[in-house]
Ligand binder design. Structure first.
Ligand code: E4P
Length: 220
């Protein structure tokens, strides 16, 4: 499974990239706003920190505008930048054209298995179903991941990867893995929570305390 960071904060990306297990980064217009930085500059810096796919989102609403922005972003940014496109009819058409250009895409804002399937038919490299935003409405976002994986199982020729997004807690990640999702994108906080266990900390403290005594006794 691939683990992506869902942020445009380069300090967080450096921190998690240093762990050696970061496979990519997703951004969106809201995350770019939060960074307070120039869109292309910050995406270029992210792409220099992590050599996996870095999603940069188009903001045009029409097909021609999305294609133009996607091509301009590909021309201006490092090769590992991929184009994130909203799951609308206009977005599907843009995905098809950019895919024919040889550009990798991430079709985002997916809330049904039908939308995921349509995006796959358009040639999307990734589809991004939003788990947490469904949970926020009082429904179970994980059912969407299950529905998409069931659909994919019927059509082994589909190569589009399912990128679970809008992840709110570590259990979401584990459930996505159990359902066979290819990728999960999550905030740095979730990466840290996935690694944290009080018994690991307590066990290490005990080992270090005992090792200090081994050293003190001259037996190290
Ligand atoms: C990922 O590509 C999305 O931009 C992101 O996961 C959305 O998460 P949110 O619902 O926490 O904003």
């Amino acid at each position: 499974m691939e683990f992506f960071l869902d942020t445009a904060d380069v300090d967080e990306i450096r921190e998690i990239a240093a762990w050696g297990i970061l496979d990519g980064v997703t951004t969106n217009p809201s995350l770019i706003k939060k960074s307070g930085r120039d869109f292309k500059q910050v995406v270029a810096e992210i792409a220099s920190i992590c050599d996996g796919p870095i999603s940069a989102e188009v903001t045009a609403m029409d097909t021609a505008g999305m294609i133009e922005q996607g091509r301009a972003l590909k021309a201006a940014l490092p090769d590992n930048v991929i184009i994130k496109i909203p799951c609308t009819p206009e977005g599907l058409a843009a995905t098809k054209v950019l895919t024919e250009d040889g550009t990798d895409t991430n079709v985002t804002l997916i809330f049904s298995a039908a939308q995921a399937l349509m995006a796959a038919k358009a040639g999307a490299t990734y589809v991004s179903p939003f788990i947490g935003r469904i949970d926020d409405t009082g429904h179970d976002g994980m059912n969407l991941i299950a529905d998409i994986m069931d659909t994919w199982a019927n059509y082994p020729s589909i190569t589009t990867k399912v990128l679970a997004a809008s992840i709110r807690h570590p259990t979401h990640v584990l459930q996505c893995i159990q359902l066979g999702a290819h990728t999960a994108t999550m905030p740095a906080k979730i990466f840290r929570q996935l690694m944290k266990h009080p018994l690991t900390d307590r066990g290490l403290e005990g080992f270090m305390r005992d090792w200090a005594e081994v050293e003190k006794a001259g037996n190290a």
